[in-house]
Design a protein around this ligand. Structure first.
Ligand code: KG4
Ligand code: ZN
Length: 337
């Protein structure tokens, strides 16, 4: 079986083809970062227009690199939500029209489920059930994964997502959008002893997160300290240490609560070097194991959509023609219409 995946939920156009026998045949990504950089964040209207521009050439290129033909495809999977409505509609319209023209099924994929499944594209994969920490620009969730499609949210952010906190703090430090990876590099030059940031919501029971206070803490520190390079690096370090520590504390708690010893970490922030080290050490300490996607599949990509679509196709779950794109779509309500 061959499934073409289309990702257009935000500022990346991703296309990939997954083959049930051979694995990933080809994948391509067009990032709109340069387009949005001057505005300091994603401009939804510009994002939609650019997806329209990029989609067809990228599909053509991917089909050719995969050494296959459109008529050899068995299904088209597209991100149906959550994400920016206009951007989602572009991928939805393309995915469903293509499927209709080829008389094959269209499969609506949940973007966060696709992130969660991205580590399955690697050689070494976890066994169900496992814990998943999803950390992206729009979501921060700890999930109990019983089997594909069966997700129970154990905790989530009550305000900003982790990626959002990274991007906002990076902006305060004068780093270009999106600042997640830049802040991580800057933090490497920082002194971990100079500033102490709080570990939000770790002093009370439960597995929810809150990151907006960290951003405010960073703002107050920036305003009350000299604005030299070392100070900015020290603030970046204190921020990253606080985020990583908070995740370690909550993951340790989730492991204790559920007895599960395998942890998947996925979504854009899972590319973060310090977070990867911290969670790796934690899982060693508890005799468990952590699984990450390869770096390029941490952030948005078409491969995870093609793979999630393939799993749906295998179990016969495809969409009727009146399926709607869903800008808001809770992961644990995925199966419901
Ligand atoms: O998963 P993703 O590509 O898009 C969403 O689904 O939201 O995540 C994007 C987020 C951005 O906030 C970006 O700054 C953050 O992931 N990010 C990072 C790193 N690479 C990307 N955050 C921290 N460290 C990184 N290395
Ligand atoms: Zn994403």
């Amino acid at each position: 079986m061959q499934v073409l995946g289309i990702e257009t939920s935000c500022d990346e156009t991703g296309i990939a083809i997954y083959d049930s026998e051979k694995g990933l045949l080809a994948h391509n990504l067009y990032s709109q970062i340069d387009l949005h950089k001057e505005y300091g964040g994603v401009v939804p209207e510009l994002a939609s227009r650019d997806h329209v521009r990029r989609l067809l050439p990228l599909i053509k290129k991917t089909v050719s690199e995969a050494n296959t033909k459109l008529k050899s495809l068995d299904a088209i999977a597209y991100t149906a939500g959550p994400g920016l409505m206009g951007a989602l509609l572009v991928g939805t319209a393309m995915g469903r029209s293509l499927a209709y023209s080829l008389s094959i099924p269209a499969i609506a994929v949940h973007h966060m489920e696709a992130h969660l499944l991205a580590p399955m594209l690697e050689d070494d994969v976890p066994e169900y059930p496992f814990l998943a920490l999803l950390v992206s620009g729009g979501h921060t969730q700890l999930v109990h994964v019983s089997k594909p499609g069966d997700y129970n949210i154990l905790g989530e952010s009550v305000d900003d997502a982790a990626g959002e906190a990274f991007d906002k703090t990076a902006k305060l430090l004068g780093l270009p959008y999106p600042g997640g990876s830049a802040i991580s590099v800057l933090a490497d030059q920082g002194d971990s002893q100079r500033f102490q940031f709080p570990r939000p919501m770790t002093d009370r029971p439960g597995l929810d997160f809150s990151f907006s206070g960290l951003k405010t803490f960073a703002l107050n520190t920036v305003n009350s300290e000299p604005s030299d390079e070392q100070t900015h690096a020290d603030i970046a370090r204190a921020f990253v240490d606080a985020v990583v520590d908070t995740f370690i504390i909550k993951c340790r708690r989730a492991i204790k609560d559920t007895g599960l010893k395998e942890l998947v970490v996925a979504g854009g922030v899972s590319a973060n070097k310090q977070l990867r080290h911290g969670l790796h050490d934690l899982m060693n300490e508890v005799n468990g194991k952590v699984y990450f996607p390869r770096a390029e599949f941490c952030t948005d990509n078409g491969a995870m959509i093609a793979y999630a679509g393939y799993l749906r196709l295998k179990t016969g779950q495809t969409e009727s023609l009146n399926f709607q794109a869903k800008p808001r779509w809770p992961l644990d309500e995925m199966g419901k219409a």
